[in-house]
Design a protein around this ligand. Structure first.
Ligand code: PBG
Length: 329
């Protein structure tokens, strides 16, 4: 792009006042760009999440209240993550497709009370798995195809409960196609899929695993199914595959450390692209803010703007209600 050399050209002319800066601002952020992840729990497990200040595990009534708040703040969608009673966790994860499980009851309650809010779910077996993995474990191996069959049952139960957006976060091969075919076959052709397409095996998920009570259960790591942080080209192949299998939207996760992936995905495919600013990212900003080391509000907005600038259509963020509230005022 041509520009006049100094002194004919002076970039600071357009930075001089707030009005001029606003006029030439390239990126905007609004409540429309936010998806609010909320943790769900039975009454006895509800309450604050220690490693995520300001975030709590909510009962079904609490989640419905969050949905009302989201509606009033202009946030289009909530994403539900259940904390599961350890007594319900099994090797085969049957609770995952129980039509009456906590998550499915919450979907129904939200759609009854606040139908205009889009409800997104998480499809992975970890909340229901005795060993904390996203897939079924046989002789120490996370088995792909048997897991996909279980995920399909889980997806259908969520669709039947009224979910608008299904989020397969398990990273098994073939899951998007299997879920899409089952949705078509069972009359759920309008249910959307936001695939966790480029989900990395990341240490940034630590606080989340505390929030849903999976930390204690998890044996080993998730490196045989989640992506290697060293890889980028692989993410593009996964996007191509997930779109071909019937995903409507794709996601990159974690967020800030993987913005290069967002840029490449959006540039190459131009599909609806989201990023997940995950629990560890939230926790780091909150911890530094609590110490008085950074201005938390400014860092929050700067990070959310970075996602938009990189090409995200939206961001899953625990800051959603706070950011939307401040964007209003
Ligand atoms: C479960 C799942 C995880 C997150 C979203 N879905 C954890 C994991 O894969 O271990 C992490 C979200 C966050 O850290 O905020 N499959």
């Amino acid at each position: 792009m041509p520009h006049a050399p100094y002194p004919t050209g002076r970039f600071r002319r357009l930075r001089r006042t707030d009005a001029l800066r606003r006029l030439v601002s390239e990126t905007t952020l609004s409540a429309d760009d936010l998806i609010w992840p909320v943790f769900l729990a039975d009454a006895e497990d509800a309450g604050p999440v220690a490693s995520m200040p300001g975030v709590e595990r909510r009962t079904i009534e609490g989640v419905v209240e969050a949905a009302r708040q989201a509606r009033d703040l202009g946030i289009p969608a909530l994403c539900l993550f259940p904390h599961t009673d350890p007594a319900l966790k099994t090797e085969l994860c049957e609770e995952a497709w129980n039509p009456g499980n906590l998550s499915n009851r919450a979907i129904g309650a939200i759609k009854d009370a606040v139908p205009e809010i889009a409800v997104m779910t998480d499809i992975a077996l970890d909340p229901y798995n005795a060993n904390g993995h996203d897939g079924i474990v046989r002789d120490g191996v996370i088995v792909n195809d048997e897991t996909v069959a279980a995920l399909v049952k889980m997806a259908l139960a969520q669709a039947a409960a009224g979910a608008d957006i299904l989020g397969p976060s398990d990273m098994m091969d073939g899951r998007v196609g299997a879920i899409r075919q089952a949705l078509e076959a069972e009359g759920f052709q309008d249910v959307t899929i936001m695939s966790y397409t480029a989900k990395y095996a990341s240490a940034f998920y630590g606080p989340f695993r505390d929030a849903v009570g999976a930390s204690g259960a998890l044996k080993g790591d998730k490196k045989t199914y989640q992506m290697d942080p060293a890889n980028a080209d692989e993410a593009l192949r996964l996007v191509e595959r997930d779109i071909a299998e019937g995903a409507d939207m794709v996601m990159v996760k974690p967020g800030l450390a993987y913005l290069d992936i967002v840029v490449r995905v959006k540039d190459r495919f131009g599909v609806p692209t989201f990023a997940y600013q995950v629990s560890g990212e939230y926790a780091m900003i909150e911890a530094a803010t609590a110490n008085g080391w950074i201005d938390g509000e400014k860092v929050m907005f700067e990070s959310l703007m970075a996602f938009k600038r990189a090409g995200c259509d939206g961001v899953l963020t625990y800051f959603a209600p706070r950011a939307a509230h401040l964007l209003r005022g």
